[in-house]
Design a protein around this ligand. Structure first.
Ligand SMILES: *Cc1c(COP(=O)(O)O)cnc(C)c1O
Length: 483
């Protein structure tokens, strides 16, 4: 399996999976994709139907990571996808399935269900990929006797998923910047209560954008970056996308009885990483009818799928919403889909994303390519605070099920795209406890709290307060890497 850049580095610029595993953007600024998508045969689909999650992950990943010896890859998926890790769920049987499917009911003739992706250590779907990345990174670094210092900025979900994936991993340290006193008590406690010596929480005196700017400044100091082996685990990392392909298959098998059936998925979307994995599953041959992109008030993606116009927002035009993990101004994985939409024409991708930088967007409305959005099964919709709250209340009253704000955006938009006889699977991206304020507003009660999290906020916390100053962060890294 060879990987190439969406911006078209030449044939000589192809890479193996291991070569792109620890990296981010390609040298030419594009994103990595496989040179061809592996196809799944009907026989394979039949054989996979009954596999446990870890074995299914092995089968799918081995098509993409063919330069990792099979036995090693099997060991990695085996230790990643265990019932003990995905245990924040109702019962043992659900934990064994890793991503259990919860049926809600039949609406407009379509079976409606939730695919639970947030039973892992940080209660958000990002664990599904990040836990694998932690094990893959540790494996790859050990093989070459290398170390890595991961630097990131977070406003919540991503940072905690990265820390829980990397805690205790040999050869890896995490320096995670978060805005001091700006996260919820629950999210703060999740991150700051970690006592592992390889995890460093830096509470930046500023807002999230200040933390993000520091990461950019440090990463742009190429000499520092090389000397201190600074890396990232942001959402453009290819391995994160491919790990997410697995649960589309798992969800399909859970919702159907035969491979002649088709299903649709609705995906609460921000950076387009999750739904990009759905697109890849479909390109591999999984019988997906529709991929429904659900956004919140930050509707950059909904606007594109409705009109063909991609118009990124300025920071000041980005709303702070009650589904904050979808508050994006542009979607960092979107370029991967655009590459396929344009028939894999790297010169045009390069031009369009230059237009994004120079003119703030591009317009495909008049081009024949936009019509192909339908062929790829994509439709979309958006949500607002009011519809979000209404949906949380409605799902609770009708189905006795508490859903978080992001999943609520998914259910709201899914209902606009139901087709009789075609199961609609909404990806559940987080548990309600992470966004308690809106749950209290909608239901006038406390969100459900998995047993392992009782008393979380009163655990001792370990973090370092730093001014919003890149040099001070560099000093901290130097002092704590012992190199
Ligand atoms: C990250 C996140 C999303 C958005 O996922 P993308 O892959 O960026 O589209 C949605 N919901 C929750 C809870 C998240 O943490």
């Amino acid at each position: 399996m060879n990987y190439l850049s969406t911006r078209g580095a030449g044939a000589g610029e192809r890479h193996t999976f291991s070569e792109i595993l620890l990296g981010g953007l390609a040298k030419d600024g594009g994103l990595y994709l496989p040179a061809d998508y592996p196809r799944v045969t009907p026989d394979e689909l039949t054989r996979w139907r009954t596999l446990p999650y870890a074995d299914l992950a092995f089968e799918i990943l081995s098509k993409f990571c063919d330069d990792i010896p099979a036995d090693d890859l099997r060991a990695l998926t085996g230790k990643t996808y265990t019932a003990a890790t995905y245990c924040n769920v109702r019962d043992d049987e659900s934990a064994a399935q890793i991503t259990p499917l919860k049926t809600l009911g039949v609406e407009d003739g379509a079976p409606l269900s939730l695919l639970e992706l947030s039973n892992g250590p940080t209660l958000a779907f990002k664990d599904m990929a990040m836990q694998l990345i932690g094990n893959l990174f540790e494996y790859a670094l050990a093989k070459h006797g290398e170390t890595l210092n991961i630097l990131g900025a977070t406003s919540g979900d991503t940072g905690s998923a990265a820390e829980y994936a990397m805690r205790g991993k040999k050869g890896i340290r995490v320096f995670m910047l978060s805005p001091y006193k700006k996260m919820s008590a629950f999210q703060t406690a999740q991150m700051y209560s970690l006592q592992d010596p390889n995890i460093f929480n830096l509470a930046v005196q500023g807002v999230f954008d200040d933390a993000q700017d520091i990461v950019k400044a440090v990463s742009n100091d190429h000499a520092f970056k090389a000397k201190y082996k600074i890396g990232t685990v942001n959402s453009i990392n290819w391995a994160r996308v491919v790990a997410q392909v697995v649960y589309y298959f798992k969800g399909y098998f859970a919702a159907t009885k035969s491979n002649a059936e088709r299903v649709s998925f609705t995906v609460p979307s921000g950076n387009f990483g999750n739904v990009c994995a759905g697109h890849i599953a479909r390109m591999m041959g999984l019988p997906i009818e529709k991929l429904v992109v659900a956004t919140n008030e930050n509707d950059v993606l909904d606007e594109f799928f409705r009109t063909g116009i991609y118009r990124v927002r300025k920071a000041a035009e980005t709303y702070h919403t009650s589904s904050p993990s979808m508050d994006i101004s542009k979607a960092s994985n979107f370029e991967r889909f655009v590459y396929d939409l344009l028939g894999r024409d790297p010169a045009r991708v390069l031009q369009l994303f230059r237009d994004v930088e120079e003119k703030g967007g591009f317009d495909l409305a008049a081009s024949g390519d936009f019509a192909r959005v339908k062929e790829f099964g994509f439709v979309s919709g958006s949500s607002s605070h009011d519809t979000r709250v209404d949906t949380i209340r409605d799902v609770f009253q009708r189905y006795d099920t508490m859903i978080d704000t992001h999943t609520a955006d998914g259910v709201k938009v899914a209902r606009e795209h139901l087709q009789p006889g075609i199961p609609m699977i909404v990806l559940e991206t987080a548990q309600p406890i992470k966004f308690g304020e809106t749950i209290r507003e909608a239901l006038l009660r406390e969100p459900e709290r998995p047993a392992a999290f009782s008393g979380l906020e009163s655990l001792p916390q370990r973090f370092e307060v730093v001014p919003a100053d890149a040099q001070r962060v560099k000093d901290f890294i130097v002092a704590n890497t012992g190199e």
